[in-house]
Design a protein around this ligand. Structure first.
Ligand SMILES: [Zn+2]
Length: 400
């Protein structure tokens, strides 16, 4: 099975340029060659896709997602599982999101959907599963339906072993509070005792499972990095030592700007206003987000300027809107379109451990691609002008 994509303006996410009149040959789901349009015609039985000069780039990723937080009383479990699958599939077809990393889900529905997508039962994004969100009694995100309250070193160890047994890809460990939550859940508080932290990280090290660490204050960020976290999520408040540690340990940072930036007081465009109109955030959440936003933006820029490894994760829903909004926020906080595109493609695939197969357009890599109608290097919001989505070289969405 061969596909030829012709008349492409190629953004490979290796070099920050758009290469005109490129031709891609895809064989068995992988990129077989990249040439310019003037080369010899590809002969034989091929599917030809003429994109008429449109921009071809790697598909987008969101490396911090959750299913909708509905309590079981609101919606039966089976419907929640189905809704989660629907949300992920529409992220692929509506917005060109080809990869997702989960940050917590109940009943291992992320593992189930990952298997369903991998086996080809359904066409969805590439999914990396976390299982439960592991926190303490009185910890963070207890209303999500997927937080597991663990206490004491062996409480954490047992929970981590259970996640491993159920097929997750990585462990989501909560080290500190958050912006949303009751009065006792504050993002400047750390939640775990040293013994709990040491045990949790030790068992993950022994079993070679990466830790995706929710850390929102300098103490939690430092602990996470020093103990060997693969990625630090949020980092709302940091300090210079945190930035140093990120660089020293080559730890990933996923800033989730959407959590502190998307409030009625900060909305800066129609997409954000539309999203807010649908979400109906509580006034207390908006207050806490507004209060945290400036410091968050400051440390985001510090990390970016220092060259910390960063990938794009939204932490919001619905998934078809989430990554696009987060990309707009990166740009607003000072990231260049190129930095933002890398975070949503190459770096996102790397944080998931699949940088060798995905995230850029290179010979040998899987052809998970999007075709868009305007140059995202000029304005990153141009990724919204989606025309085609290809997964492993097959068109899975055609909006032309
Ligand atoms: Zn999260």
């Amino acid at each position: 099975m061969r596909t030829v994509v012709t008349n492409a303006t190629l953004i490979d996410c290796i070099e920050p340029v758009a290469r005109e009149r490129a031709r891609l040959v895809i064989e068995n789901g992988r990129i077989a060659s990249i040439t310019d349009a003037d080369g010899p015609e590809v002969q034989g039985d091929v599917e030809r896709i003429d994109v008429r000069g449109a921009y071809v780039m790697p598909g987008l990723w969101d490396v911090h997602i959750h299913p909708d937080y509905l309590s079981l009383a609101d919606m039966p479990l089976a419907e929640q599982v189905a809704l989660f699958g629907h949300r992920m599939m529409s992220a692929l077809t509506e917005s060109g999101i080809v990869g997702l990393r989960c940050a917590g889900a109940h009943h291992f529905m992320d593992v189930a959907w990952k298997r369903a997508f991998d086996s080809g039962q359904y066409v969805g994004p590439r999914l990396f599963a976390a299982g439960h969100f592991l926190t303490t009694t009185g910890g963070h995100f207890l209303t999500s339906g997927h937080a597991l309250e663990c206490d004491g070193p062996y409480g954490f160890v047992k929970a981590i072993r259970e996640q491993i047994k159920n097929g997750v890809d990585h462990i989501k460990l909560n080290l500190s509070g958050g912006i949303m939550g009751p009065a006792w859940d504050r993002h400047w508080h750390s939640f775990l005792l040293e013994d709990e932290l040491n045990a949790a990280f030790a068992i993950c090290r022994n079993r070679e499972f990466k830790v995706m660490a929710h850390a929102t204050n300098p103490d939690a960020v430092r602990s996470a990095i020093r103990l060997g976290a693969h990625s630090v999520e949020h980092g709302y408040i940091m300090d210079d030592e945190c930035i140093e540690l990120f660089l020293q340990h080559q730890t990933w940072y996923v800033p989730t700007l959407a959590i502190s930036h998307l409030t009625p007081g900060q909305a800066a465009n129609e997409w954000e206003r539309q999203w807010l109109a649908q979400r109906n955030l509580t006034p207390s959440l908006c207050c806490r987000a507004d209060a945290a936003a400036e410091v968050h933006a400051h440390w985001f820029r510090k990390a970016l300027d220092a060259g910390v490894k960063m990938a794009l994760g939204s932490d919001i829903r619905p998934l078809k809107d989430a990554a696009l909004l987060e990309m707009g926020l990166w740009a607003r906080d000072g990231a260049t379109p190129w930095q933002t595109l890398l975070a949503a493609t190459k770096h996102a695939a790397m944080i998931c451990g699949v940088g060798g197969d995905l995230g850029t357009i290179e010979v040998g890599k899987l052809a998970d691609l999007i075709v868009i109608g305007a140059n995202p290097l000029d304005d990153v919001n141009n990724v919204r002008r989606l025309q085609l989505v290809l997964k492993a070289g097959r068109i899975v969405s055609d909006k032309r």
